[in-house]
Design a binder for this molecule. Structure first.
Ligand code: NAD
Length: 485
């Protein structure tokens, strides 16, 4: 049905594997509501096969030089770029995101991660620490072992690569479970890694709901778990991993503030608010959904925001002109609609959108609420959809206190022409990823991740290496060894 689609549900030990004893999981194209494929949830036999394959492959993979591993990752990056069109079409089918976006931001971002960590792989070393009398310590940077990755549904290719690339670069092997909502893209990543020369078992993909993820997390062969998902899931996975003292990376939800001061460039601030709320139909964890606008610029900001939202091309995601697609699923649209109803009921002003589109698929208009106050549900809870809330403020001190008054801490942004204020404001943000006069950039060279309930650890950049390897300390004595008796 789909060109270049994966040919079975799972990818284990270098090949596609099917097991129809598992519960069927329909794959629905969000733009039409049609079932375009079916995968089967991993049975205990499949889970066992995947973990056994990853465990068996690990020692040999770690024994290769970093340069050899890196060459394979960089070759995989090249293949991903050559196949960007097909991979982008598959990403659009999996998620409903417009091809205009997927062709720029998904396989390309995955390829960046494979290339970046492929480049770093050969340079990963320990250090030499001199001591008295010629004695010394050296450290070995060693792989953790088998790493489990569990993905959310908004960036299925990117999430698979952001977890696979640093894990594999450090000499780990991996079992990845994509979200049950978008199961297809990670299989292509596994296929490409093998084509690039990754030995069988180094990167495996199995399907399933939360219980498959939970079975992976608790298996004693697993040394590390990296989850991208919601805070409630994060708490469960973190607790299960803690029981066996496993390493974790948690990339969780957010309710990030975006502060726009009176002196900001209105067009740039509106661009930031659009990029921080409506890309991927608002289904981005780091979105700046609480837009604090200083009172002097509010009227101009709201006017330009509405004018520019009217330019959004909403429709067939495969049409390269389309700039705004459907929500990922009927269920997610229903959640977002219930928040829109709460916004209205709690007294916010609906300034733009708020309605379904009268067409097949899970379309919802870009939506803006103004006159939102801190206590309203839409200002406190993660909506994960195209709903922007505008909150008014007077002073910097006031807005900083309000921006930080949240249990989340994923991202935060500020628009102002006053650079001194900009740096002061970001220093005061309680958030892992901050932006000045921009929003939602995520280059592989920069650490990405959250503080507070939004997560633990960092993805991308050299910082990720710390989360996929550990140091072994070796004491070496050259001087005479003495003992008390
Ligand atoms: P989710 O928490 O419902 O599911 C995430 C993944 O966890 C899925 O693969 C799911 O099957 C699995 N899972 C569920 N229960 C589990 C359990 N008990 N043990 C192991 N695995 C389990 O999240 P979602 O709805 O797929 O994604 C949306 C959420 O992800 C939002 O909160 C969003 O902010 C967050 N997110 C965060 C980032 C980030 O980098 N910080 C990126 C994208 C999405």
């Amino acid at each position: 049905m789909i060109d270049a689609a994966p040919i079975a549900s799972h990818f284990i030990n270098g090949e596609y594997v099917e097991d129809k004893d598992g519960t069927p999981i329909p794959v629905v194209y969000p733009a039409t509501g049609e079932v375009i494929a079916t995968v089967y949830s991993a049975t205990p036999t499949i889970i066992e096969k995947a973990l056994a394959a990853a465990k068996a492959a690990q020692a040999e993979w770690a024994a290769m030089t970093g340069t050899e591993r890196g060459r394979i990752l960089r070759r995989a990056a090249d293949i991903m770029r050559q196949r960007n069109h097909d991979l982008s079409v598959l990403e659009t089918l999996d998620t409903g995101k417009p091809y205009q976006e997927t062709s720029l931001a998904d396989a390309t971002s995955g390829a960046d991660a494979l290339e970046y960590f492929g480049g770093l792989s050969g340079s990963l070393t320990g250090e030499h620490i001199p001591l008295a009398d010629g004695d010394f310590v050296y450290t070995r940077r060693e792989a953790l072992g088998v790493c489990v990755g569990i993905g959310a549904w908004n960036y299925p290719t990117q999430i698979a690569c952001w977890k696979a690339a640093p894990a594999l670069a450090c000499g780990n092997t991996s079992v990845f479970k994509p979200s049950e909502t978008t199961p297809l893209c990670a299989l292509k990543v596994a296929e490409i890694l093998v084509e690039a020369g990754a030995p069988p078992g180094v990167f495996n993909v199995i399907q399933g709901l939360g219980e498959v993820g939970a079975a992976l997390v608790t298996d004693p062969r697993v040394a590390k778990v990296s989850l991208t998902g919601s805070v409630p899931t994060g708490k469960k996975v973190y607790a299960a991993a803690a029981a066996e003292m496993k390493h974790v990376t948690m990339e969780l939800g957010g309710k990030s503030p975006l502060i726009i001061f009176d002196d900001a460039d209105v067009e740039a601030a509106v661009s930031g608010a659009i990029l921080g709320n409506f890309y991927s139909s608002g289904q981005v964890c780091s979105n700046g959904t609480r837009v604090f606008v200083q009172k002097g610029i509010k009227a101009a900001f709201l006017k330009r925001l509405s004018e520019r939202l009217a330019n959004a091309v909403i429709g067939d995601p495969m049409d390269p002109e389309t700039s705004f697609g459907p929500m990922v699923s009927e269920a997610q649209r229903a959640i977002v609609e219930s928040y829109i109803e709460k916004g209205k009921a709690e007294g916010a002003t609906l300034s733009y959108g708020g309605n379904r589109l009268d067409r097949k698929g899970f379309f919802l208009e870009p939506t803006v609420f103004s006159d939102v106050t801190d206590d309203m549900t839409i200002a406190r809870e993660e909506i994960f959809g195209p709903v922007l809330s505008v909150l008014d403020f007077d002073t910097e001190a006031e807005v900083m206190a309000r921006a930080n008054a949240t249990e989340f801490g994923l991202a935060a942004g500020v628009f102002t022409k006053d650079l001194t204020r900009a740096h002061r404001v970001v220093a005061g943000f309680e958030a892992g990823t901050c932006y000045i006069n921009t929003y939602n950039d995520a280059p592989v060279e920069a650490p990405f991740g959250g503080s507070k309930l939004s997560g633990v650890g960092r993805e991308n950049s050299k910082a990720a290496i710390e989360h996929y390897s550990e140091l072994k300390t070796v004491y070496v004595r050259l001087s005479q060894l003495e003992a008390p008796f």
